[in-house]
Design a protein around this ligand. Structure first.
Ligand code: AR6
Length: 336
């Protein structure tokens, strides 16, 4: 369960249903619509003929015929006309109506293309925001495996401003980069020493630095026995969250969560721990603590870690925005 973003051809997805970005006639077209009709075969068109078209923002379901997916849910996105013609409301309606219909039909897994972001001209970063926010909203009270299929990397775009801000943040911290840029400009021995000191500090895992600077020995002794699982459950209580809110926000599977809950000594992967830290809105100190319980640390020799640090410092805990950024920098996504 949860939300995944993949780069793929949607006609290849082995899921209960794929979503078609169609037009009001439902009689086929170019882009993803054309690809779906080609892969499903002419029986799909025959069934579509009986549907009497579909209005913008609405959704209709057919069988998948020769597709690996059992069903196709057809929806019609808005044509972008500058943003003042209720395009956003209509695009949100597409996601809601498709997901509502899927839930009604008992569909457990579904794949979406980025509706309206091709021929219909909706700005891609805004189309992506609408998709991720509607999907995350839906998942707060539904169980479904939802995949957003982006066809090429260009369709997966962070806003220019955010990309530059993150790139600068990485640039200032990334250890390998520091080594390269520093070697040219060192003049005096003192400068070399300062440089080495700074490098060692930046190379030290964040957890270690934090412990050195801000945690008392007493704190450490008191908490030394706490396992990852115990820490996580304590934090969930402290933050006044429920279990299901937490694992859904973390984009973590319910089964995995109950394993963690039932096994005091469960060893999670690093990505999972980070996903929980984000779901619980932990600050950097708390994140480092939780990671430490599972034997991990955030380091400046990993771009992904620096991106996580960037979002935590910004107080931005949207796992979907973080995943957008990780994707843009070719890093593994969280909670998948
Ligand atoms: N798999 C996944 N995504 C795809 C695929 C594919 N095989 N092919 C394209 N995309 P578009 P729209 C992406 O134009 O903007 C049709 O003619 C594509 O890169 O297919 O809603 C209909 O009949 C883009 O990001 O749909 C309508 O007339 C996204 O899918 C009109 O186009 C949507 O692009 C609908 O336009």
């Amino acid at each position: 369960m949860g939300f995944l973003i993949v780069r793929n051809d949607i006609t290849k997805m082995k899921v209960d249903a794929i979503v078609n970005a169609a037009n009001t006639s439902l009689l086929g077209g170019g882009g993803v619509d054309g690809a779906i009709h080609r892969a499903a075969g002419s029986e799909l068109l025959a069934e579509c003929r009986g549907l009497n078209g579909c209005q913008t923002g609405q959704a209709k379901i057919t069988k998948g015929y020769r597709l690996p997916a059992k069903y196709v849910i057809h929806t019609v996105g808005p044509i972008w006309a500058g943003g003042s013609q209720n395009e956003e409301g209509l695009l949100r309606a597409c996601y809601r109506n498709v997901l509502g219909l899927a839930a009604e039909k008992g569909i457990k897994s579904i794949a979406f293309p980025l509706i309206s972001a091709g021929a219909y001209g909706y700005p891609r970063d805004q189309a992506l925001n609408v998709a991720t926010s509607e999907i995350s909203e839906f998942l707060l009270d539904h169980e479904m495996a939802i995949t957003l299929v982006v066809f090429d990397k260009a369709s997966f775009q962070l806003s220019e401003k955010r990309y530059t801000a993150i790139a600068e943040y990485i640039d200032e911290r990334y250890v390998d980069k520091n080594l390269i840029t520093r070697s040219g400009g060192i003049e005096s021995l003192k400068e070399v020493q300062e440089d080495v000191g700074e490098f060692l500090r930046s190379a030290m895992p964040v957890a270690e630095r934090r412990e050195k600077s801000s945690r008392s020995l007493e704190d450490l002794v008191n908490q030394v026995e706490e396992s990852f699982s115990e820490s996580l459950l304590r934090l969930i209580d402290e933050k006044g969250m429920t279990d299901s809110e937490t694992y859904k926000k973390a984009n973590v599977d319910r089964k995995l969560f109950s394993k963690i809950r039932n096994d005091k000594f469960y060893h999670p992967g690093k990505q999972t721990v980070i996903a929980f830290a984000i779901a619980l809105h932990l600050n950097l100190d708390e994140t480092s603590d939780l990671l430490g319980r599972a034997g991990f640390a955030l380091t400046h020799s990993s771009q992904a870690d620096i991106i996580i640090e960037y979002f935590i410092e910004e107080g931005n805990y949207s796992i979907f925005e973080i995943n957008e950024a990780l994707f843009a920098f070719d890093q593994k996504l969280l909670g998948l």
